[in-house]
Write a protein that binds this ligand. Structure first.
Ligand code: ZN
Length: 503
């Protein structure tokens, strides 16, 4: 076995995965509905080839050989090997029949979720969700290394090294911070005007604006493209092909405007990974949370920045053909940052959003670490919404049936969204020590910001763990205070609350 042979095999797996990516993108954007069964077979076949290769004789031999002879690998080779070995061991720990049975249950669960949504009744999908949870409880001991609790194991699948102990602390601080900001707003805030947000803005007008903004933020359209879809996503085939998608709503332009800015953040990350990781599993983001830090940095940190909108508002007015000429910049900006409790996570504003995540985290933890009965789920869900957000869903569709994640078996995934948001705020704090962010955002050239991000985050791909990246980029471990302070500065300004009257 030599490194060249090992990396050639890894490259072939990557080529298969790139093909799968393109098929997936096509299925979500342009594929005729009638083609889906043909497509299913194609995807199934290529998937099988990729899986067989990734657990096949060459990889088996490489894992055995380089575990014994690590010094025969180059530095990049060793980084790739570490990732491949982890993946191999994970894939190997569970009998293929059990994994297959689990995937079949996921398909059932998805169908049951759609039906439950139609009937607005969680009990329709309760049994299949129960079976998915049983599968995960069966797999957890196989995946477990030194994690303390079953739910820690699930968290680690999406955010390496994240623990319940740490999340409990971060989320409790974050919750306290957000609730106190919400209290201040309720007591003395002056709500911004928002009626103009529902003016009719055509898809073409929105697109003209947001494509220009995405370019300025650093998204390279020569290495990407923007297409229409139902559920927006970014999909990368390689660093020269990171595609973004969006869904346009002509009566609510903020959806696509912030949606494209968000997905462009994911795309910029992929487009700037070091070429030395090409054709390897390291040519992607470090974790779900770190990926989300890049999209949320764009969407929320830059998207809530006053200097950014001071510069972009005239362009927005121009692109929308004078439709907003009667609105001044200050009014426009404040309208964008309204905060209001809502039942639906994906419609939540940037202050209340983490509360939606914390609720899901607390429930998932109860399911896996305390054996919570599924019969109680809808009521616990509703109680928590009432407690944290002051509103109660009237039916399961507005409550526990809103997200696709649990029916996909993705327990442990939700916290990544809030982790990404905290990472983004801390990165912003560190960035501001080196780059005059507000001045840059007022200028024609945003490159100092995305070059800093490439230097600190993008280029490493998946070669470093989240904690390591954040520590190196910001000089300290993740803290919740940066996000709380950041939210305070934005929302106290928008709701005209002075800091003094607070303390
Ligand atoms: Zn995202």
């Amino acid at each position: 076995m030599d490194e060249k042979l090992f990396l050639e095999e890894i490259k072939e797996i990557d080529l298969l995965n790139q093909s799968l990516g393109l098929l997936e993108w096509d299925a979500q954007t342009g594929m005729p509905d009638a083609s889906s069964s043909f497509r299913g077979e194609t995807v199934g076949y290529i998937n099988k080839l990729a899986f067989e290769k990734s657990t096949g004789p060459v990889i088996q031999e490489a894992v055995a050989y380089f575990t014994e002879h690590p010094d025969e690998l180059s530095q990049t080779g060793a980084e790739v090997f570490k990732e491949v070995k982890e993946d191999y061991e994970r894939n190997h720990s569970i009998a293929p029949e059990r994994m297959q049975a689990y995937h079949a249950e996921v398909s059932n669960a998805h169908a049951a979720w759609l039906k439950a949504r139609e009937e607005k009744d969680f009990s329709v999908m309760k049994d299949t969700i129960g079976r998915l949870i049983d599968f995960l409880n069966e797999f957890i001991p196989h995946w477990q290394k030194d994690e303390k609790t079953p739910y820690d194991v699930l968290l680690n699948q999406y955010e390496p090294e994240l623990t319940v102990e740490r999340l409990d602390q971060l989320f409790s601080e974050l919750k306290t911070g957000i609730l106190s900001i919400r209290k201040a707003i309720a007591e003395k805030g002056m709500a911004p005007r928002t009626d103009f947000l529902s003016r009719h803005v055509s898809k073409e007008q929105q697109k003209r604006f947001v494509v220009e903004v995405a370019k300025q933020l650093g998204y390279d359209f020569a290495k990407g493209r923007l297409d229409d879809t139902v559920h927006p996503f970014m999909l990368d085939l390689n660093r020269n092909d990171a595609r973004i998608t969006t869904c346009w709503d002509e009566m609510n332009f903020t959806m696509a405007v912030f949606g494209v800015i968000h997905e462009a953040g994911h795309g910029i990350y992929e487009q700037n990974i070091d070429p030395k990781y090409d054709y390897t599993p390291l040519s992607t983001g470090a974790s779900m949370g770190i990926h989300e830090s890049q999209s949320l940095f764009n969407e929320i940190i830059i998207g809530s920045n006053k200097s950014f909108w001071e510069k972009q508002f005239p362009l927005f007015q121009k692109c929308t053909d004078g439709l907003f000429d009667d609105i001044d910049f200050e009014m426009f900006y404040k309208g964008l940052k309204e905060t209001k409790a809502s039942l639906i996570r994906i419609e939540a504003d940037s202050l209340t959003y983490p509360l939606h995540i914390i609720i899901r985290y607390e429930i998932e933890k109860m399911i896996f670490n305390e054996g919570l009965s599924l019969d109680e789920l809808p009521t616990i869900w509703a109680d928590k919404y009432e407690e944290y957000l002051g509103i109660r869903p009237e039916n399961d569709l507005e409550g526990i049936l809103q997200d696709v994640h649990w029916s996909g078996g993705s327990f442990g995934y939700f916290p990544s969204y809030a982790m990404g948001y905290m990472y983004a705020a801390q990165l912003n704090h560190a960035l501001r020590k080196e780059v005059a962010v507000d001045e840059v955002l007022l200028s024609e050239d945003y490159s100092p910001i995305y070059h800093w991000m490439t230097e600190k985050i993008h280029r490493f791909g998946a070669s470093k763990k989240p904690n390591e990246l954040i520590l190196a980029a910001t000089g300290e471990e993740l803290k919740s205070t940066y996000l709380v302070e950041y939210m305070k500065s934005v929302y106290f300004d928008v709701y005209r609350i002075s800091e003094q009257s607070q303390s």
